[in-house]
Design a protein around this ligand. Structure first.
Ligand SMILES: NC(=O)c1ccc[n+]([C@@H]2O[C@H](COP(=O)([O-])OP(=O)(O)OC[C@H]3O[C@@H](n4cnc5c(N)ncnc54)[C@H](OP(=O)(O)O)[C@@H]3O)[C@@H](O)[C@H]2O)c1
Length: 308
C-alpha cells in the first residue's frame, strides 16, 4: 500500500507541537515530518527551516523541497502552523513578521501546489473586524490589525498559488482562541484554585475558547476529508474569563465564590483589534461534519491532570 505523509511546518508552537505529538503517538498511518527553527530541538524526521529566510529569500530548505517532490507517498498533506502570532510583534515589526506570515506562505504553497500536496493553512478569526457578528466561512475578510491583515494576505497567497494547480487542494482553517492548561494564565489559575486560593477573573473580557485536542482532531479530520475550502473552528458562544474560571472552579469541585469578578477592559484599554471573536461554522458542519466546541468540553480539557 502506498504511504501517506504529513509535514508540519512549525512543530514548536502550541498547535504544531500538539499536532506533532498526537501524530507521533498515533498508529503510524501517516509518515510524519516536521520543521523547526530551533537547531537544538531537531529530532528524527525533523528539519531546520527559518521561515523568515524562506519568505525573504525564496530559498526553500532542501529537505522540504525533497519531501514535496517525493513520489513514494501517494497522499501528502502540509500543515502551515508556524507564524509570528502576537498582535504586538506584528505591529512592531511589520516587515519581519510579514516575511514569515505572508511571504513564506506564498513560497511554500507554490511549491506544494506544483507537487500535488494538500496544504492546510492555519488562519485566524483576526481576519475579520471584531464587530462582524459570527462571520461564516464565505464572508469577506475585513482585518483591523496588522496580524489580521497578514493572515488575510496569507490566505490570498495560498489561493493564488493554487490557481495554476487546483488539483493539489487546500484548506484554510480559521480559529478562535485556543486555551490549554500549559499556558501561563490557565496554569496559574488552576494551581491557585488547587492550593485553596481565591482568584480574580475579568467579567468584561470575552473569548470563544477551543481546546487544543479539538483543534488537532479537527485539523486531522479536515486533512483526512481532503475537501478544498475555508473552514472555521470556534466555540459555541462568547464567554467571559470570569465565567470560564468559575466553571473551572466548579469542575474541580470548589465553590463558585473562589472566583472573584473584576473589570479590566477599561483599565487595560484592550484595543478593538484584539476583541474576542465568534465564528460561524455552518459550512464546516456541512462539509466536514465538525460542530462548534461546547464550553463544557473546553472546561473538561482544562481540568484534565495531564492535558495534551
Ligand atoms: N493559538 C491560538 O489561539 C490561535 C488562534 C487563531 C489562529 N492561530 C494560528 O494558528 C497557527 C499556530 O498558532 P500557535 O498558537 O501554535 O502559535 P505559536 O505558539 O505562537 O507558535 C508559532 C510558531 O511559529 C514559529 N515561528 C515564528 N517565526 C518563525 C520563523 N521565522 N521560522 C520558523 N518558525 C517560526 C515559532 O517558533 P519559535 O517557537 O522558535 O519561536 C513558534 O513555534 C498560527 O498561524 C496562528 O496564527 C492560533
Amino acid at each position: 500500500m502506498a504511504q501517506s505523509s504529513f509535514l508540519i511546518v512549525g512543530v514548536d508552537g502550541q498547535i504544531g507541537d500538539a499536532l506533532w505529538r498526537y501524530l507521533k503517538d498515533g498508529d503510524g498511518t501517516y509518515v510524519t515530518y516536521g520543521t523547526s527553527r530551533r537547531r537544538e530541538h531537531l529530532a528524527d524526521e525533523m528539519w531546520f527551516a527559518d521561515l523568515g529566510v524562506v519568505g525573504s529569500s525564496g530559498a526553500i530548505p532542501d529537505a522540504i523541497a525533497g519531501w514535496a517532490r517525493d513520489a513514494t507517498f501517494e497522499r501528502k498533506v502540509a500543515f502551515l502552523a508556524a507564524a509570528v502570532t502576537g498582535f504586538d510583534r506584528c505591529e512592531g515589526d511589520p516587515s519581519g513578521s510579514r516575511a514569515v506570515n505572508v511571504d513564506a506562505v506564498r513560497v511554500l504553497s507554490s511549491l506544494f501546489a506544483r507537487h500535488g500536496v494538500f496544504t492546510v493553512l492555519l488562519s485566524s478569526s483576526a481576519v475579520f473586524d471584531p464587530h462582524t457578528a459570527s462571520p461564516l466561512e464565505d464572508a469577506s475578510p475585513s482585518p483591523v490589525s496588522e496580524y489580521g491583515r497578514q493572515k488575510s494576505q496569507a490566505e490570498y497567497m495560498l489561493l493564488d498559488a493554487l490557481r495554476s494547480s487546483p488539483a493539489s487542494g487546500h484548506a484554510i482553517v480559521r480559529l478562535t482562541k485556543v486555551v490549554s492548561a500549559k499556558q501561563p494564565l490557565w496554569s496559574t489559575w488552576l494551581n491557585a484554585l488547587r492550593e485553596g486560593q481565591t482568584i480574580e477573573a475579568a467579567e468584561d473580557l470575552l473569548l470563544s475558547p477551543l481546546s487544543i485536542r479539538y483543534v488537532v482532531e479537527s485539523l486531522l479530520e479536515i486533512a483526512h476529508v481532503r475537501r478544498p475550502g475555508t473552514y472555521h473552528l470556534s466555540g459555541e458562544s462568547l464567554t467571559s474569563y470570569h465565567e470560564i474560571a468559575t466553571q473551572l472552579a466548579v469542575g474541580l469541585g470548589y465553590a463558585r465564590s473562589r472566583v472573584v469578578p473584576v473589570r479590566t477592559s477599561a483599565r487595560t484599554g484592550v484595543p478593538l483589534a484584539r476583541a474576542a471573536a465568534l465564528l460561524g461554522m455552518a459550512g464546516t458542519l456541512v462539509d466536514i461534519g465538525i460542530a462548534p466546541q461546547p464550553l463544557a468540553n473546553v472546561i473538561s480539557a482544562l481540568c484534565e491532570p495531564s492535558p495534551t
